[in-house]
Ligand binder design. Structure first.
Ligand code: SAH
Ligand code: SF4
Ligand code: F3S
Length: 454
């Protein structure tokens, strides 16, 4: 990593930075890389946003409301800057990549850096400090930040994200991610394993391997290109690092979820029995319009194989309501698929047209907003019932829970997740964050389980 000449900064060193993060887990993981790059260049993390010299906002562009939230925060940054004009503000992440220099037209923003440009942040800060607006939104075919040791900002010291690949080549018609994150590239397996080992040494108990489509992970051994490490193999190598380390991964693409991965999950008890498998729609016709590369029947076949190879595996999904040309019949098929699969959990969204995507260029956003909302409400109501039923089936059972920290709602209690990724709240007793405990489930809501240690 380049260490920039600190003497050229006018800051009264150590200048401090604060990062606010929006969007998916990949963004949370990237903020840790940003923190590392900034720290290596001599900056320190500010404890309070109001005291920071540099304000970064790591943004999401996946739906319009994600961007609106960022504009709201930039208003707040403007107020902070009015009070302290020396403050430097930087927009990072997917919205930076999408909107590029237009962000600088908003007087509040001093620098813009896309997801592959974080190594240049110290330089961009220096330019901004000297009064120039700095921008770097170059996307890369190679950048994986493999050599950078992320600064863990989760603070629980128990669970950590490990990025295994970047970008996406899938071009789902509705999705902005391939444009904001660039082409898919896998991170060298040895650097992933080294990061996992480092986490184990620091006492971490769980890792989540991250990528937009982890199932297409592929790393060719540079010494022996005939040997490719695919996702099933990588998962196995991570699981073998320590049988006590819990291993999760996200996100899987249904078209790439092969049986080898399922057998690996079944074989290693420390790989959590939970798969997030976004289906988006239950209608084959609409899945084709979305360019998802699978159809209803093949998705259901994957679900059947998951349940056969990993009995009891929890499955969650993502759904989009009201995509271009969606009819009442398509929507009814989504509802029927939800019922048929009985997902344990789901993230559900109203379709939001993103500029320059295939859908924006070629299709009409023709489902009226009122109908999108009604369909989304029906999907949410049904899934809430299904989530509640899934949770009720767990009442009376005992699960191994990894305590992550105090419960947000009742700080006297601890919260942690089951291998199935369900949040459990239970009385603390003598137990602390990082402990693996057996918890008997005594009650539930559609979102959370409650229980007692046994
Ligand atoms: N790579 C992951 C998901 C990335 S985005 C995957 O392929 O599954 C997370 C979720 O946001 C998607 O699964 C989808 O359900 C939703 N999403 C993406 N673009 C959207 C859009 N334009 N409008 C509404 N929801 C969208
Ligand atoms: Fe977007 Fe599709 Fe890539 Fe997921 S797989 S990030 S939904 S383009
Ligand atoms: Fe959002 Fe970018 Fe993630 S658009 S969902 S932060 S990849």
């Amino acid at each position: 990593m380049t260490n920039f000449q600190l003497s050229t900064y006018n800051f009264q060193l150590p200048a401090t930075f604060f990062i606010e993060t929006y969007g998916c887990q990949m963004n949370a993981s990237d903020s840790e890389v940003v923190a590392a790059i900034m720290q290596n260049a001599g900056f320190t993390i500010a404890g309070d946003i109001r005291e920071a010299d540099i304000l970064f906002i790591n943004t999401c562009a996946v739906r319009d409301n994600a961007e609106q939230r960022v504009w709201g925060r930039l208003d707040f940054f403007r107020q902070l800057k009015q009070r302290r004009p020396s403050v430097i503000t930087g927009v990072l992440g997917c919205m930076a990549e999408r909107l590029k220099e237009t962000l600088l037209e908003n007087g509040t923003v001093d620098l813009v850096a896309g997801p592959d440009a974080y190594r240049s942040l110290p330089q961009l800060v220096r330019e901004a400090e000297s009064g120039q607006k700095g921008i770097n939104t170059l996307l890369s075919r190679e950048e994986t930040y493999a050599d950078i040791s992320p600064v863990r900002m989760d603070k629980n010291g128990v669970t950590a994200f490990v990025s295994i690949m970047r970008g996406c080549n899938n071009m789902c018609a509705y999705c902005v991610v391939p444009y904001t994150r660039g082409p898919e590239r896998s991170r060298p397996a040895d650097s992933i394993l080294a990061e996992v080992r480092g986490l184990l040494e620091k006492g971490y108990k769980e890792v989540t391997l991250l990528g937009q489509n982890v199932n297409s992970y592929a790393w060719k051994n540079t010494d022996d290109p005939s040997k490719t490490i695919d996702f099933a193999k990588l998962l196995e190598l991570v699981a073998l690092e320590d049988p006590a380390l819990r291993v999760r991964f996200s996100t899987s693409h249904p078209k790439d979820m092969n049986n080898a991965v399922l057998y690996t999950i079944a074989m290693y008890p420390n790989i959590c029995n939970h798969i997030h498998l976004p289906v988006q729609s239950g209608s084959t016709r609409l899945l084709q319009v979305m360019n998802r590369g699978y159809w209803r029947e093949s998705y259901l076949e994957r679900i059947a194989r998951i349940r056969e190879i990993i009995p009891g595996c929890a499955i969650s999904t993502d759904i989009i309501a009201g995509f271009c040309s969606e009819t009442d019949d398509d929507h009814a098929q989504t509802l029927s698929l939800l019922r048929e699969v009985a997902f344990d959990a789901a993230y559900m969204f109203k379709y939001s047209e993103r500029p320059n995507t295939k859908a924006a260029r070629q299709f009409s956003d023709d489902v009226p907003d009122g109908i999108k909302t009604r369909r989304l409400m029906e999907i949410i109501a049904l899934q809430n019932r299904l989530s509640l039923e899934s949770n009720r089936r767990d009442v009376g059972k005992t699960f191994e829970v990894l305590a992550e920290g105090p419960s947000k709602r009742s700080p006297g209690d601890l919260a942690g997740r089951t291998p199935h990724n369900k949040m459990v709240v239970f009385p603390k007793a003598h137990c602390k964050a990082g402990d693996r405990v057996s918890v008997k489930i005594t009650a539930c809501s559609s979102a959370t389980l409650t229980g007692v240690m046994i």
